[in-house]
Design a protein around this ligand. Structure first.
Ligand SMILES: [Fe+2]
Length: 181
């Protein structure tokens, strides 16, 4: 197989119905900083507002896209409850370095009265506290002002070269397998 030298997935662009409202949400709830915001047609050929936000020191991890010519509905895109419509995305996720940090984020989110649509939950089929699903991560799912689902998590499993999973504490989970090495 050809070696494809991609390093990681890095940013996500989401369409928003109200740029101000979304900037406020991502700043207050998730701690993003505004890098720069641009109007539609500020650059020829770009008919949409683009807002770049960051968590750390890279220019952006999140892009907010708003089309001022588009008539947005105010219906929340609750992806698992939609039974008709075009394919959409399901969620995007933010990782904490430790469970302690994740608990801090969880408490913060609860304090901001953000809607929690799932969790907190441990995605595990082996841990007695788990929900029977996959990844070994602890997660909570919230909605942004437009209904985009956001996962906040810690302790996602890693995959050893032989396919054995290692849980968030670094313990090899003997007997686990991976579809492709
Ligand atoms: Fe996820």
């Amino acid at each position: 197989m050809v070696n494809i030298p991609l390093k990681r997935m890095q940013h996500f662009a989401v369409e928003v119905s109200d740029t101000d409202r979304s900037i406020e949400f991502y700043r207050r709830v998730l701690g993003f900083k505004l890098t720069e915001r641009h109007d539609a047609y500020e650059v020829k050929g770009i008919p949409v507002e683009l807002t770049f936000m960051r968590l750390g020191d890279v220019h952006h991890e999140l892009v907010l896209m708003h089309n001022p010519a588009k008539k947005y509905t105010d219906k929340l895109a609750r992806s698992e409850e939609e039974i008709e419509g075009p394919p959409s995305f399901h969620h995007f996720a933010f990782e904490c370095d430790s469970r302690e940090d994740w608990l801090t984020v969880l408490a913060h989110v609860k304090g901001e009265n953000v809607e929690i649509v799932r969790g907190p939950v441990l995605h595990s089929a082996t841990d007695p506290r788990g929900d029977g699903s996959w990844g070994e991560n602890e997660a909570v799912y919230i909605l942004d002002p437009d209904g985009h689902r956001i996962e906040l998590f810690c302790n996602l499993a890693t995959i050893d070269p032989d396919g054995t999973h290692r849980n968030g504490e670094g313990v090899r989970m003997e007997g686990t397998t991976t579809a492709e090495l």
